[in-house]
Design a binder for this molecule. Structure first.
Ligand code: FPP
Length: 265
């Protein structure tokens, strides 16, 4: 199945709720912790890798729904540096799935261009096998000029590693005499993050009932609304996304009201 899905045909109820939401503020940047693939596999009595495979289908559908709702940037947590500690067979299977999906992405260059979809794989890519690093570099290159929608795939990623790497790079810039120590500020570090070029995260969503951030987007989500839902990632449907966006709008509205009140008093 492709990375780019056919336009999703809304039911009348979905069209109604989508139109209502589109009257409000739509998050520009949605970050997703796609959790619950293995529990889904267990519940459905299939191999773990089928849970992850189904997770990819959910991802491709969600990207289409986001595009139709007007969300322009999505960052997903596909593989954490901590995930390397899982059993060897599962790690190898996930790497193989990723390899296949990235190959498919490269073969879909024209389709991605037609829809203006840019895909950026972010993380400490040096920890990945050489052939995957090569594929990622090609994938990043073939979509670099697309500018309607950005997908950041965090793979071999943790926030603390990302922040450390940005700090290390800024120190190197000082050592090379390119900047002075006083030039190290939020803006500079922002530009050195793997997500540089993407707006801050507005809405961070985690599936499967877990309520932790698990070292994901700690820098980028400093002012985001966080939404936790019980659904397992492979079971994620359009109405789950609508509920998340509704939660975002309600909280932005309440936050705005609170700020206004504080200013008046
Ligand atoms: C978390 O669920 C999910 C992962 C560690 C892997 C996510 C991978 C995909 C969605 C598919 C591959 C994506 C791309 C971009 C090719 P879990 O395994 O922790 O499940 P659990 O919480 O039930 O144990």
């Amino acid at each position: 199945m492709s990375w780019v899905r056919e336009e999703y045909k809304f039911s009348w109820l979905e069209r109604f709720f989508s139109s209502m939401l589109r009257c409000g503020k739509i998050p520009q940047h949605l970050a997703i912790i796609m959790d619950g693939n293995r529990r889904y596999a267990k519940q459905n009595k299939v191999e773990k890798i089928q849970g992850h495979s189904q997770g990819f289908e959910s991802l491709a559908n969600t990207l289409q729904w986001c595009r139709q709702l007007g969300i322009h940037t999505v960052t997903v947590y596909a593989f954490s540096i901590e995930n390397f500690k899982r059993d060897k067979e599962e790690v190898e299977n996930i790497l193989q799935l990723f390899r296949e999906k990235i190959q498919m992405l490269i073969s879909e260059e024209e389709k991605l261009k037609e829809h203006g979809i840019r895909v950026k794989v972010i993380g400490n890519l040096k920890l990945l096998p050489e052939d995957i690093q090569q594929l990622i570099s090609t994938a990043n290159k073939v979509t670099i000029d697309n500018n309607k929608f950005t997908l950041n795939v965090a793979f071999s990623y943790t926030s603390r590693e990302e922040i450390t790497s940005a700090m290390r790079e800024s120190v190197k810039m000082v050592e090379r005499g390119e900047i002075s120590q006083q030039d190290i500020d939020v803006q500079l570090l922002d530009n050195l993050m793997y997500t540089s070029g993407s707006p801050p995260v507005d809405l961070l969503l985690r599936t499967s009932g877990e309520v932790r951030l698990s070292d994901f987007m700690l820098w980028q989500a400093s002012s985001s609304i966080t939404y936790f839902t019980q659904v397992l990632w492979p079971d994620f449907k359009f109405y789950h996304l609508l509920l998340a966006v509704f939660y975002y709008q309600r909280n932005m509205y309440l936050f705005g009201k609170l700020r206004k009140k504080e200013c008046v008093e």
